[in-house]
Write a protein that binds this ligand. Structure first.
Ligand code: AR6
Length: 171
């Protein structure tokens, strides 16, 4: 099961997994960070499809095609904005991962890559987010066999090191 997990460093838009996950905002109409990078790389048709989705609540997820990306699908999820950690942020982040997995199973997605949802502009502490990301994924893979590979894609060196450390603790 652990062999299905990978931690990578780089630009998620370059990955040829079946699906990549977007750390979006509730409008689903684009933004900065990884969201901006995904919209730029996928092309303008993505925004058109996103408009038809009518937004997405925090902790939920919606799926679109990948357009010009190597990935066939994009799963857009809205992470929580960190305030103090006692306002439901951990539960909402966990829900993001679970809702993405639900959509993955429904669309017969075998390989999926996640960015560090909420760890940029939304301010979630990376070590806590990594624990939720990896912990929720392990739990899910134990009960659902259809997913063949889950990658966590870290952009910066520090995030990558944190994920590797947490992975070592949990696996
Ligand atoms: N590939 C992988 N990871 C990336 C990339 C990339 N190309 N670019 C940035 N990251 P953020 P959030 C990392 O801010 O915190 C947007 O404006 C980045 O280093 O993109 O969930 C949305 O529209 C960080 O670790 O997402 C929302 O308004 C991680 O991706 C808001 O930001 C997430 O950072 C969402 O904030």
């Amino acid at each position: 099961m652990i062999e299905k997990l990978g931690i990578l460093q780089g630009d998620i838009t370059k990955l040829a997994t079946d699906a990549i996950v977007n750390a979006a905002n509730s409008s689903l109409l684009g933004g900065g960070g990884v969201d901006g990078a995904i919209h730029r790389a996928a092309g303008p048709q993505l925004l058109e499809e996103c408009r038809s989705l009518r937004g997405c609540n925090t902790g939920e997820a919606k799926i679109t095609k990948g357009y010009n990306l190597p990935a066939k699908w994009i799963i857009h999820t809205v992470g929580p904005i960190w305030s103090n950690g006692r306002s439901g942020e951990p539960e909402a982040l966990r829900s993001c991962y679970l809702e993405c997995f639900k959509l993955a199973v429904k669309h017969d997605i075998k390989t999926i890559a996640f960015p560090a949802i909420s760890c940029g502009v939304y301010g979630f502490p990376v070590d806590q987010a990594a624990r939720i990301a990896i912990g929720t994924t392990i739990e899910f893979l134990k009960r659902e066999q259809s997913l063949e590979g889950v990658s966590f894609v870290c952009f910066g060196d520090q995030d990558y090191e944190t994920y590797v450390e947490v992975f070592g603790e949990l696996c």
